[in-house]
Design a binder for this molecule. Sequence first.
Ligand SMILES: Cc1cc2nc3c(=O)[nH]c(=O)nc-3n(C[C@H](O)[C@H](O)[C@H](O)COP(=O)(O)OP(=O)(O)OC[C@H]3O[C@@H](n4cnc5c(N)ncnc54)[C@H](O)[C@@H]3O)c2cc1C
Length: 222
Amino acid sequence: MIVVGAGIAGVACATELVRAGVDVQVRERGRVAGGRLASRRFDGRPADTGAAYLTVDDPDFAEVVRGWRAAGLVREWTDTFVAYGPDGRREVAGPTRWAAPRGLRSLVEELARDLPVSVDRLVMTVRPGPTVDGAGCAAVALCMPGPQAALLLDPELADATRAALQQRWSPTLSAVLRFPSRRWPDFRGAFVNDHPLLALVCDDGDRRGDGAPVLVAHTTPE
Ligand SMILES: Cc1cc2nc3c(=O)[nH]c(=O)nc-3n(C[C@H](O)[C@H](O)[C@H](O)COP(=O)(O)OP(=O)(O)OC[C@H]3O[C@@H](n4cnc5c(N)ncnc54)[C@H](O)[C@@H]3O)c2cc1C
């Protein structure tokens, strides 16, 4: 079986298949596993540029997170964010948000450690059969956003293409802002509502627990 995409979904899928005794190969077009759980290093320090944190409400996932916590891979960050809007600033309570001291991508790396993941491996076509780039296999799991999956699917797989295209996504830019020192009041993370440019700003040093003077901002789709 071939799993396309080594984001958290593909790696979790492949882990379960291996556990069930299925022979699996994972193909990832990027240089590393992680997908949108993206962390980039600046002077050796990772900053989270994709997902900002994770929350836990599924009991099975809670079990996974307990293991990550025991291994020092995740830490409870905060249940309180700030929201900025036309009426000013207010604190908003929410679920516990978890962060990863080594960046969220480290969680996918950990899950993928014993999996056969081929990186730099762009899959171009999936045809009925199924075949992946011309080679036959028992089954294929496309573990990426629907619009990306639709690009790979042969026109004969019109139902799958339609289903994939029903997913919607929006672009965003992430800016990693590094300062000489911390010069802002504690805010952890801030949702910015009704702003033409900014959607979210997170204190990456607070999130990751090292106190580094680094903010990560996500733009609105516009
Ligand atoms: C800016 C941003 C902020 C976010 N914030 C949060 C948050 O705070 N909390 C939260 O829970 N979620 C958040 N998310 C969402 C979260 O990151 C995603 O839901 C999750 O990472 C998706 O994982 P995935 O495995 O489904 O897809 P992806 O992570 O997109 O993985 C798909 C993988 O498939 C690969 N791929 C695609 N096409 C091909 C191909 N043709 N051949 C080979 N490989 C291919 C890609 O390179 C990628 O690695 C955020 C996302 C973004 C972008």
